[in-house]
Design a protein around this ligand. Structure first.
Ligand SMILES: Cc1cc2nc3c(=O)[nH]c(=O)nc-3n(C[C@H](O)[C@H](O)[C@H](O)COP(=O)(O)OP(=O)(O)OC[C@H]3O[C@@H](n4cnc5c(N)ncnc54)[C@H](O)[C@@H]3O)c2cc1C
Length: 467
């Protein structure tokens, strides 16, 4: 989206030598490694760092940060590189700190339903580790992202309608500041009124304020009963109205995901499924046996009122896993509709009462466009995405995709929503920040950034326009 130009800052050889002396072969300047670390999963152009360090401890991250800052060299933290808005591109060059080898699960406190992990632990790794404890960590972006990266992007996923986002599930953080100091933002208490909420400041800071090295997280008991269902609707409006009524009635659905007709076709083809090609909702209910039954009956009756077809149930774990695996692969499924093309993902979120208007007008825009677009969404939160398929080398297609994206965001803002429900800003959505927040709020964000990172070396060019 942004056509800003960034001047690269030259990384001095003396810094590379000092880092090599400290880290040995855990510093890499191999071209393939640089390229892999300068690009996320999106269509945004890559910008490789000058070197990648693979850190193994908080203290080591602190030493690397001190050296980089002393040499006035930018730092880009890196988890798994699954972000979607150019977040990890080293726009001004510099050193990428890859924390994926910091993958220890430091403590699990069963009685308190919490744990502490290093930043490189991935969400699947954490849940595999927890399997025998009867606990789980619910936040599930489609990719197997790192907990550090999920914290830094304030990620969510299909379960957020019931369990919240990273904002609601991070208890405390250990952070290496741009001065190379190691700070802890909070203790393990579930709530605290002690001072500024620095935990929340770093959640969603996209590597622009420091490197997160450890995270304290809330955990949940695996529910006694779970069941999932798929249901096709005659129209987009009918599906979305079912969602709105369900949420307004306070039904604690665990997941409620919308797929438009084209997205269902893509998922069927990619994951070898045979759902009816129609606007569709995927549901999951968690609770006691009786609670799940009651929730499901209520939602079924609402859906029937809106002309839905029969619910197809997946009660066995393997069937549920298959369904959600297909949902999580929806991004790649959409890309396969036109192999060779890239996808521009959008990510608006609106208040639930405005969801029908936002989705139907977006679908109409997509239908009128020459570009192919799928729509999918965590609609229980009012959050949905289009994936606009395009050739980034074709200026006309880029212009059309940007136009569609801009219209979606303007509509969301007019309806009281946001340009990004969960993916974050990176550099891809910088142009929407002032429109969403206003100049004075952005000025305050700049002041916070300047106070914590006065040299502007932490992930420069991201999150705040004009830096
Ligand atoms: C197929 C697919 C589906 C997706 N679905 C969802 C979804 O449903 N919901 C959702 O929220 N996202 C989704 N995403 C986006 C992505 O998975 C999330 O943004 C995720 O949180 C990124 O984590 P990561 O470990 O890959 O971080 P990276 O991509 O490595 O980094 C992301 C940002 O965080 C910073 N960062 C990383 N680690 C640290 C650290 N330790 N300290 C400080 N800063 C750090 C980086 O500098 C960068 O700015 C999806 C992506 C894909 C490819």
């Amino acid at each position: 989206m942004s056509d800003r130009q960034y001047e690269r800052i030259k990384t001095p050889e003396s810094l590379i030598s000092a880092l090599r002396e400290m880290l040995g072969d855990r510093l890499s300047t191999a071209q393939a490694v640089l390229e892999q670390h300068g690009k996320d999963e999106s269509w945004h152009e890559a910008s490789p760092p000058d070197a990648v360090v693979f850190a193994t401890s908080t203290e080591e991250v602190a030493e690397v940060v001190k050296l980089c800052v002393a040499h006035n060299v930018p730092i880009v933290p890196f988890g798994t590189g699954s972000s979607l808005e150019g977040h990890v591109a080293a726009l001004r060059g510099g050193i990428c700190i890859d924390v994926s080898r910091m993958d220890a699960i430091l403590e699990v406190n069963n009685e308190d339903l919490d744990c502490r992990v290093q930043a490189g632990v991935t969400r699947e790794q954490l849940n595999d580790h927890l399997r025998d404890t009867g606990l789980f960590f619910p936040i599930d972006p489609g990719a197997n992202a790192s907990i550090g990266g999920m914290t830094a992007t304030r990620a969510s996923g299909t379960n957020a309608v019931r369990y919240g986002t990273m904002r609601d599930n991070v208890l405390s953080l250990t952070v290496v500041t741009p001065e190379g100091k190691i700070i802890k933002t909070a203790n393990r208490a579930r709530k605290s009124s002690a001072g500024y909420d620095l935990t929340r400041l770093f959640v969603g800071s996209e590597g622009t304020l420091g490197v997160i090295t450890e995270i304290g997280l809330k955990l949940y008991g695996i529910p006694e009963a779970m069941s999932a269902a798929v249901c096709a609707f005659p129209t987009v409006e009918a599906a979305v109205d079912t969602v709105i009524l369900t949420i307004q009635a306070g039904i604690p659905v665990a997941r409620i995901e919308f797929l438009d007709e084209l997205q269902v076709r893509a998922v069927n083809n990619y994951s070898k499924l045979d759902h009816k090609e129609a606007p569709t909702l995927f549901f999951e209910f968690h609770g006691t046996e009786a609670g799940v039954k009651e929730q499901a009956e209520f939602v079924q009756s609402v859906a029937e009122e809106y002309g839905a077809e029969e619910f197809q149930w997946a009660t066995r774990q393997e069937d549920r896993n298959k369904l959600w695996a297909a949902r999580h692969k929806a991004y790649y499924a959409s890309l396969q509709l036109e192999p060779g093309k890239a996808g521009m993902p959008t990510d608006v979120c609106v208040p639930i009462s405005k969801l029908a208007e936002a989705i139907t007008e977006t679908r109409a825009d997509c239908d009128a466009s020459p570009l192919t677009c799928t729509i999918i969404g965590h609609v229980g939160d009012g959050n949905f995405h289009t994936l606009i398929l395009l050739d980034p080398e074709d200026p006309a297609q880029m212009e059309e995709a940007n136009r569609l994206h801009k219209r979606m965001v303007e509509r969301a803002l007019k309806l009281g929503g946001t340009c990004t429900g969960e993916h974050g800003i990176g550099y891809g959505k910088l142009d929407f920040m002032v429109a969403e927040h206003g100049e004075d709020t952005i000025a305050m964000m700049r002041a916070i950034k300047a106070a914590i990172d006065p040299k502007g070396l932490m992930n420069p060019g991201k999150l705040i326009p004009g830096l």
